[in-house]
Design a protein around this ligand. Structure first.
Ligand code: NAD
Length: 260
């Protein structure tokens, strides 16, 4: 479906991002992966995308805290692979604590990585998309772009911000063959969710098992985690020609969470 196109996926060394990268590669797109982690493990994933799907896959080490590196990641796609046609803003981190104890550096990092990085990547990618009259921007928001949970002030603020950024960018690009949408997953079992369990247990004064059962899956009427493959398949649809009239939208994939 995406032969000849290039997809840049931020935060794709793990979790949902890696599933996006593999799903776009499966459809023939050349890929730029990005994210933190062990260099050898990242190289293994990068090479696996090339051998599994017969596409080119480059790794950009851009740190989403640094605007100039984010711009460099888009430039890498344009100079080495020819374009940045599909931009998936996905890198994200979480921190769980009451507002009065929330570390200031964590607030700043979450706003920078989960919100500002998407702005810097769009700012760099939109001129090329406009010139080619085709582009797809997909932002991984969250159910927390639509509703809140206690003890996640920075994350909920950043994700509500992504909703506003998505709508604004959609309006600015609507007549250039570009769509901009946000996917709003509920709980997906990834390292990001696994890592917040101990702090959530502490903040709520309950055991880690109770967090999983009574906090996390309690939010989801299906009582099941969403899978990374389901989220990635949704992104592939949003990038397809059949989705060309879907723009500025928040797409829930949350097992019914935000219906309650
Ligand atoms: P994850 O921890 O598996 O992946 C996060 C990715 O972001 C990793 O590749 C990591 O290296 C990268 N990253 C973190 N800081 C970075 C930085 N400074 N520079 C570059 N890359 C950086 O988590 P995930 O669950 O796959 O999360 C992906 C996205 O999905 C996030 O935006 C998250 O908020 C969102 N999301 C996750 C869930 C869930 O339940 N897992 C639900 C809704 C939304």
């Amino acid at each position: 479906m995406f032969k000849g196109k290039v997809a840049v996926v931020t935060g794709s060394t793990s979790g949902i991002g890696l599933a996006y990268a593999r799903a776009f590669a499966k459809e023939g797109a050349n890929i730029v992966i990005n994210g933190l982690g062990d260099a050898a493990a990242i190289e293994t994933e990068r090479a696996r995308i090339e051998t599994d799907f017969g596409v080119k896959c480059l790794y950009s080490p851009a740190n989403m805290l640094k605007p100039e590196e984010i711009e460099g990641m888009v430039k890498l796609a344009e100079t080495e692979l020819g374009s940045c046609d599909i931009l998936v803003n996905n890198a994200g981190i979480q921190h769980v604590s009451p507002i009065e104890e929330f570390p200031i550096d964590k607030w700043n990092m979450i706003i920078a990585i989960n919100l500002s990085a998407a702005f810097f990547a769009m700012r760099a990618a939109i001129p090329g998309m406009k010139a080619r009259k085709w582009g797809r921007i997909i932002n991984t928001a969250s159910a927390h772009a639509l509703v809140a949970s206690p003890f996640k002030s920075a994350y909920v603020s950043a994700k509500h911000g992504i909703a506003g950024l998505t709508k604004t960018a959609a309006l600015e690009t609507a007549q250039f063959g570009i769509t901009v949408n946000a996917i709003c997953p509920g709980y997906v079992w990834t390292p990001l969710v696994e890592k917040q369990i101990p702090d959530t247990a502490k903040a709520r004064g309950i055991s880690e098992e109770e967090v999983k059962k009574n906090v996390i899956l309690a939010a989801q009427p299906t009582k099941e985690f969403v899978t990374v493959e389901e989220v990635a398949a949704y992104a592939v649809f949003l990038a397809s020609d059949n989705a060309r009239s879907i723009t500025g939208s928040m797409q829930s994939i949350d097992g019914g969470w935000t219906a309650e």
